[in-house]
Design a protein around this ligand. Structure first.
Ligand SMILES: [Zn+2]
Length: 809
């Protein structure tokens, strides 16, 4: 009987066949997570999916929380609360007085020491002695009483079970694909399921930086990663063969590709994924769960307001106390930026003018069999270098692009001419991306000059032909497009329908093969794709891009055609794309880890617009997402993204031009609630005006939303945490213990984030997780006691329920 748990313990991640709507996921858990929705997931989910295809302007979508009171009443309520708080504070004036005194005292002390400090950019050695002064204590807001969360206990238990179920689903997929999952959340889930999943597998964390006094800059390597030396000492051929079956690559140890020689590289099967999707879709529209999550989010906002009210002075004081460090010299990563628009317009313009002077006679393209020089291209357009201006380039998004993604896409063409886009911002043109390589390198050297700014540039792989990867890698290696400040993300546009209509592809599987088979070949035998092998060491993950608001004509379920049979001209839905990218990436990661190579993560554009199930797929499958705007309408999902600390790279300026005006952007709300958000630029070419687009983004956010210096530093720290830079780099930038929990993870001398803020975030997250796991456990214990009384059954361990309860349908 015990093998019911035992077998799952051996291979908790292997998929088992299951019927749609009855997920196998949690059968091995020693706790009971059944709710009233069990058995109905499929129906509920499919109804919601179907609605998302038809209703475009529903007044209130089923996953939204209806605001029962009109907005004035809410405002009134908030004002009343604020008045109450300020009165409470007046009753205890000594708190404020003391804070003020501390503030004054520390302020002048720091100034003195600041003057004495001359050491540039090294972590201050005297800090240890001064630690006594650094403020660690702060005013905590706590709620007392029996029912702390404002909903009846039965509702709490039901909601908690749903939330826990969803977190287990994400944990399973993230662990299986070797991506990383929030440590604090893992620990809480382990209390419910003592058999841990292997979630630390994401990166080899050995060889971590040791010295807490080490410099804040990582030592630069002396050899260029793309020089010849690296090309001659490639790892040996593992001799495996690969083939794609039903849209996922399988790897075999021998030439004969049958089951007996297949390597055990796990991935979740389609049935399980669809069942899990259905569970998630039902959760987000369940009334009591929705209302519970909505209340928790409101509570988190209010709690943060209180925290700021009480501790703002102390936070500021501890920032002032840190010598040398300020917002300008802390590490920031632009977590979402497309390489083809990473330069601003002025930069591109200058570059084009320079190219016209320097290479007028270079053949840059072939038109009907005849080579055209750069000079001729401009002559054909009736333009001279003098005519060119930012206005003629016309690449800025403006008010005509709002809600018009089609118009926005044409802004990628300088002077509205796709010829110039092809010549200057493509990697695979007649000149093998020479100009684009040069201009990206200029952007890179700007970043290096600024020292503290880094970017994860997104390059495209389309999946139209099998040699795209090799061409891209060739471009990077031959032009030495590399910088310690830059890592690559690979974006895959969801354009199957376009290629299919042009008869460039037979079916969807072909596209997947073009995208993934070269990666497997380079992993199995690096000498077969030497450039690609080198290039991949600087690639951190995959992104899925396109206009999310385009209507989808298909619901992804078990009746959906397999990729090999997906031959019609319609585009597969978002979740279909994401599942197959995830499944192949998972197999690839296991293979790469076996070979000792770096692994990848999934970081799609998600929730910028379009149906809500994009955010559900994103939650299940990806390490972090870009945009996430629609979370503002779905309280259950937003609460889940909070509890799992899923990174969200937000670009309010980009949103302002395309989908959501700036003042309605949910970033400040997300930040106050403690979601893991960072600021990013998306497309500086279209949205930004200055030479430092990331600083521009921060600066506007700070002014419009009145962010404090502490908020800004927290955003910057988040951006490093969620980025794909190496464990070692993060150790230098954030502190050697950055991947631990709580204040120990923070080194204010590097991050300029006060320990108070980090402690507040950590304690708040722990409390939320505790509330939920406690509710599940209390009910579990109650039920066991009841059953014990009835059956006089004595289990050996008090936490393990009797086996009979697990077997109930
Ligand atoms: Zn983008």
């Amino acid at each position: 009987m015990t093998n019911l748990c035992g077998s799952a313990e051996q291979r908790p991640l292997m998929s088992q066949r299951s019927l749609p709507g009855t997920p196998v996921t949690h059968k091995h858990l020693p706790i009971d997570l059944r709710t009233s929705m069990d058995g109905k997931y499929k129906e509920i989910a499919e109804e919601l999916l179907a609605r998302s295809m038809t209703d475009s302007d529903m007044r209130c979508a089923p996953y939204e929380f209806p605001e029962e009171s009109p907005i004035e009443q809410l405002e009134e309520k908030r004002h009343r609360l604020e008045r109450q708080i300020s009165q409470d504070v007046k009753l205890e004036p000594e708190i404020l007085l003391r804070a003020k005194q501390d503030f004054m005292k520390i302020d002048s002390a720091t100034d003195l020491e600041y003057m004495q400090d001359s050491q540039e950019d090294a972590v201050d050695q005297h800090h240890v002695e001064r630690e006594m002064l650094v403020e660690k204590e702060f005013q905590r807001v706590s709620i007392s009483g029996e029912e702390k969360c404002g909903v009846p206990f039965t509702d709490l238990v039901d909601a908690a079970k749903c939330v826990v179920k969803a977190l287990f689903i994400r944990e399973k997929y993230i662990a299986l694909s070797l991506q990383s999952f929030c440590k604090t959340t893992t620990r809480s889930l382990q209390e419910l399921n003592p058999r841990p999943l292997d979630v630390s597998a994401a990166e080899d964390l050995r060889g971590s930086p040791v010295d807490s006094d080490m410099r804040v800059h990582m030592p630069v390597s002396e050899t260029h990663p793309y020089d010849g030396r690296h090309m001659t000492s490639l790892p040996p051929d593992a001799g495996y063969t690969c083939a794609m079956l039903d849209g996922v690559v399988h790897v075999y140890t021998a030439q004969n590709q049958d089951k007996s020689t297949e390597l055990d590289l796990p991935y979740p099967d389609l049935q399980e994924y669809i069942a899990d999707m259905n569970v998630m879709m039902s959760l987000i529209i369940n009334g009591p769960v929705k209302s519970f999550c909505y209340r928790r989010l409101q509570y988190l906002s209010s709690k943060f307001q209180m925290h700021v009210l009480l501790n703002e002075m102390k936070e500021l004081a501890s920032q002032k106390q840190v010598p040398h460090r300020d917002f300008y010299n802390i590490r920031k990563v632009d977590t979402h930026i497309h390489a083809s628009s990473c330069m601003n317009q002025k930069h591109l313009l200058r570059f084009i003018k320079r190219a016209m002077k320097k290479y007028p006679d270079e053949i840059v393209r072939v038109e009907s069999g005849r080579g055209q020089t750069l000079m001729e291209v401009f002559e054909n357009m009736n333009l001279t270098a003098y005519d060119l201006s930012v206005d003629t380039l016309d690449m800025h998004a403006d008010r005509n692009t709002f809600h018009r993604f089609d118009k926005f896409n044409s802004k990628y063409n300088p002077i509205g001419e796709s010829i110039l886009r092809e010549i200057f911002i493509k990697t695979d043109n007649h000149i093998h991306g020479k100009y684009f390589g040069h201009i990206v390198k200029e952007v890179m050297s700007d970043l290096e000059e600024s020292k503290y700014q880094n970017a994860e540039l997104r390059l495209s792989i389309y999946g139209r032909s099998v040699d795209e990867w090799d061409n891209l890698a060739q471009w990077a290696v031959t032009h030495s497009v590399y910088s310690d400040n830059v890592r690559w993300l690979i974006q895959i546009p969801r354009l199957f329908d376009v290629y299919r209509t042009k008869k460039q592809l037979m079916n969807f599987q072909q596209m997947l093969e073009n995208i993934f088979l070269p990666l497997f070949e380079a992993t199995v035998n690096p000498s077969s794709h030497p450039h690609l092998h080198l290039f991949l060491t600087h690639v951190v993950g995959f992104d899925s891009v396109d206009d999310e608001s385009k209507p989808e004509h298909h619901i992804f379920n078990l009746d959906s055609p397999t990729p090999a049979r997906w031959c019609d001209d319609n585009n597969p839905p978002y979740s279909y794309y994401l599942y197959y990218m995830y499944a192949n990436m998972t197999v690839l990661n296991h293979l790469r880890r076996r070979r000792g190579f770096n692994t990848f993560v999934l970081r799609p554009h998600c929730g910028e617009a379009g149906p809500i199930h994009h955010l559900v797929s994103g939650f299940i499958l990806s390490e972090n997402i870009s945009h996430g705007l629609l979370l503002r309408k779905a309280p259950v999902l937003q609460y889940l993204y909070y509890l799992a600390q899923v990174g969200i790279a937000m670009s309010p300026l980009s949103n302002n031009s395309l989908f959501l005006s700036y003042h309605r952007n949910p970033l400040p709300e997300y930040l106050s609630r403690g979601l893991m958000v960072s600021l990013s630029t998306d497309d500086p070419l279209q949205f930004h005006f200055t030479k430092e687009p990331l600083m521009e983004e921060y600066s506007i956010a700070a002014q419009v939303w009145k962010l404090s210096s502490c908020d800004m530093c927290e955003l910057a720290r988040n951006s490093v945490l969620m980025s794909g830079f190496s464990h070692r780099a993060k150790g230098y930038w954030l502190g050697p213990d950055y991947n631990k929990e709580g204040t120990i993870s923070n080194d204010i001398r590097r991050t300029n984030v006060p320990d108070i803020r980090v402690a507040y975030r950590h304690e708040t997250l722990c409390e939320e997780l505790h509330l939920i796991t406690q509710a599940v456990r209390t009910q579990e214990l109650d039920r066991i006691e009841e059953e014990e009384d009835m059956l006089s059954f004595t289990p050996s361990q008090s936490t393990a329920p009797p086996i009979s309860t697990l077997e109930k349908p």
